[in-house]
Ligand binder design. Structure first.
Ligand SMILES: *Cc1c(COP(=O)(O)O)cnc(C)c1O
Ligand SMILES: [Zn+2]
Length: 406
């Protein structure tokens, strides 16, 4: 793995050996010293000879950029390579030139599959056979699916009130699913204790330094897919903040290497009921540590990656907005109705975020925007019914149809 230089602490700059299993920098009491992977881009550029012509079979097209050893077989289900769709009707509604990156089409229905694939490939490299994480639902389902694929045992900590579809999925993949009677934040703390005690390989997004690296491939793909027409804005929802940080790092790398001329401004979207990253970025005095939103995948009270997320917003000249649950559900219905893309609430939050950013004068009329749909709606049908309304009940009689449509 001679294209990885080191692991570097985002807080104090201390460096660590990338061949060792380490999660966070131990120099910081109480706060997590998140590690970033530092690459040797000259070496990467030497090995990367893929054509940037928009044909993307899977994220492993960008293997030269991923922090895995050359001789390890990836744990993969064909993640990545998702389409970038024109979205003219939705764009008209929002007053922008819009495209949608549909990452809900990943193998377990979520962008996180990119990261899971990389971290389980690392677990394989490190010889680990038991993997774990805490999750609001999607990371658990994703980890369980890839663990099954890699022949590993999977033990999950999820908050008791996660949507049923997200609990059914890891059960089908054969994982132990432990429903913690408490919040995501409590499930998270428990998973960290367990990791220390049992030495299972921990996929937790913010603390596993290799995890976020897989999420860069959504940025690589977007850079490749928009090479002729880089958008003004790239929009992600934010929970722990790893996804937007990874997406930005990937796009920025391709710009810095000259594969694409410029990079977009990042717009981060949070729910009003879970707004800690937004509050920090906007320098509000009191950062609320609550997590109460219909968008369960971004219901995070204490985000683990606020630093990296805020850096992505800052470096790109971007901004952040908050949206209400009503606005998120309206965004889910609007996205489905106008473009045929079915998102879960956290996946639709960027649509609501674009509308909010237009109202607040952050995005101007006619600017070009890419929204990233991070998760598939089929996992959370209860919210979908709230978003899209009721089934109309009729008798098996032509008269009922005539009354309605004639
Ligand atoms: C996890 C998740 C997010 C947020 O990602 P973070 O890295 O926690 O910011 C957004 N949407 C969906 C569907 C997710 O599963
Ligand atoms: Zn440190």
């Amino acid at each position: 793995m001679n294209h990885v230089d080191t692991l570097e602490c985002t807080l104090c700059g201390e460096t660590y050996d990338p061949d060792q299993v380490i999660y966070t920098c131990p120099n910081h009491d109480g706060v997590a010293g998140i590690l970033g992977v530092v690459y040797d881009y000259d070496r990467i550029a030497e090995c990367f000879d893929e054509p940037l012509d928009g044909a993307i079979d899977s994220q492993w097209k960008y293997r030269a950029f991923l922090p895995v050893a050359d001789d390890v077989e990836p744990v993969t289900l064909g993640e990545g390579g998702t389409p970038l769709l024109d979205a003219p009707r939705l764009g008209d509604e929002l007053g922008v030139d819009l495209r949608v990156k549909d990452d809900g089409r990943n193998p377990t229905g979520v962008l996180k599959d990119r990261a899971t694939s990389v971290s389980l490939t690392k677990a394989r490299e490190f010889g680990r056979e038991i993997v774990t994480c805490a999750s609001t639902g999607n990371a658990a389902a994703s980890l369980a699916g890839f663990a099954a694929r890699g022949g590993m045992d999977c033990r999950l900590f999820v908050p008791g009130d996660a949507p049923e579809g997200k609990l059914a999925q890891p059960l089908v993949y054969g994982a132990d699913v432990l429903g913690v009677e408490g919040s995501y934040d409590e499930a998270y703390d428990l998973s960290m204790e367990v990791t220390e005690r049992f030495g299972w390989y921990n996929r937790n997004a913010a603390v596993n330094p290799f995890q976020v690296e897989g999420k860069r491939t959504v940025g690589h793909e977007l850079a490749e897919q928009t090479r002729e027409d880089v958008p003004d804005w790239l929009v992600f929802s934010m929970g722990d903040g790893c996804t937007i940080a990874g997406g930005w790092k990937g796009f920025r790398e391709f710009r810095d290497l000259g594969f694409v001329d410029e990079a977009p401004k990042m717009l981060g979207v949070q729910a009003e009921g879970a707004s800690a990253i937004h509050d920090t970025f906007q320098a509000h005095d009191d950062v609320e540590e609550v997590a109460d939103t219909v968008a369960d995948s971004i219901a995070v009270g204490r985000p683990r990656n606020t630093v990296k997320a805020c850096r992505a917003l800052e470096e790109s000249g971007g901004d952040s907005v908050l949206v209400s649950d009503e606005e998120i559900l309206a965004g889910e219905a609007l996205l489905g109705r106008t473009e045929g893309v079915y998102a879960e609430p956290a996946g639709a939050a960027p649509v609501a975020g674009v509308r909010k950013a237009r109202q607040e004068g952050i995005i101007d009329e006619g600017e070009s925007v890419v929204v990233v749909v991070t998760g598939n709606g089929l996992k959370d049908t209860e919210s979908a019914m709230r978003a899209a309304g009721e089934v109309v009940s009729i008798a098996p009689d032509i008269q009922d149809v005539i009354e309605r449509y004639e």
